[in-house]
Design a protein around this ligand. Structure first.
Ligand SMILES: C[S@@+](CC[C@H](N)C(=O)[O-])C[C@H]1O[C@@H](n2cnc3c(N)ncnc32)[C@H](O)[C@@H]1O
Length: 259
């Protein structure tokens, strides 16, 4: 598979995406929310599809994924994936029943153009799983790597921006908060709210693009402090209740725009 010389988004998955699928697996509870939002759609387009997380197996699915490294991690039997970008979809108007976007819009070069494309090709809902970067600042990890969270706030479109942009051409747009379960299978940052030792594992850092983008020195400095706080008990004194909290209402959001 030919790799892109220049990444389609703001993170180079061709170079850094190799271990993605091992850490970023679909969580069944989050998956149920995404599938419910797809409603009765029989044909689904998954854009920024990566290794195929959250793609339904009981409907016809077509994926769009610009990184060859990510396409190569799609399991045998997964839906076919086109090498294309959100901003220029090689599909006709109203050609699918629904579009799904999971943890991808923050990486696109032109979010507004991409969302217009989603609205153009979907005759039904556009379902966006994303993070509210303002709410993300409340996550305790921000105390250790504030640079990473500043970066996230700059790169994520706000929820208001998504709803306003999707409102054009949609009959209604709703936003749901999606709680993160303690044992969340999908290894995004907030998934480890009650399992802080996970951030000391290199593969977790590698699969979280902002941690990787902030640079090794920033991550190392912050995580050295976390390691010390875990050893001294300081982390547990401040946040130890999270170790047994079954779920956390964090920054994960589902934005659903109806045709
Ligand atoms: C964090 S991964 C999410 C993958 C998958 N949707 C998931 O939930 O695991 C973000 C994906 O967005 C893709 N991406 C980045 N820029 C894009 C663009 N302009 N158009 C489409 N996909 C893009 C990346 O290649 C990457 O696979």
């Amino acid at each position: 598979m030919a790799q892109r010389g220049t990444p389609a988004g703001d993170f180079d998955y061709e170079r850094h995406g190799t271990g993605y699928a091992a850490v970023r697996r679909p969580d069944p509870r989050i998956e149920a929310r995404v599938h419910a939002a797809l409603g009765g759609a029989r044909t689904v387009l998954n854009v920024g599809a990566g290794a195929g997380s959250y793609e339904p197996s009981d409907r016809w699915v077509l994926a769009v994924e610009p990184s060859a490294t990510m396409r190569a991690q799609r399991p045998v039997g997964a839906a076919p994936a086109l090498d294309a970008t959100a901003e220029h979809l090689p599909l006709d108007d109203d050609s699918v029943d629904a579009v799904m976007l999971t943890v991808t819009v923050h990486q696109w070069g032109d979010v507004d153009q991409g969302l217009r494309e989603m609205r153009r090709v979907s005759r039904g809902p556009v379902v966006v799983l994303t993070f509210d970067a303002v709410a993300l600042q409340e996550f305790w990890l921000a105390e250790y790597v504030p640079e990473v969270f500043a970066l996230e706030q700059a790169r994520f479109p706000t929820i208001e921006h998504l709803t306003d942009t999707l409102a054009a051409g949609s009959s209604a747009v709703r936003v749901e908060s999606v709680p993160v379960p303690w044992d969340c299978v999908d290894g995004f940052g907030e998934a480890f709210y009650g399992r802080p030792e996970a951030f000391l594992r290199p593969e977790v850092l590698g699969a979280t693009s902002a941690l990787a983008m902030a640079g090794a020195d920033v991550a190392e400095r912050g995580l050295a402090r976390l390691r010390a706080d875990l050893a001294s008990g300081a982390w547990d004194r401040a946040h130890g209740h999270l170790r047994t909290q079954p779920e956390r209402a964090g920054a994960l959001r589902l934005v659903v725009a109806h045709a």
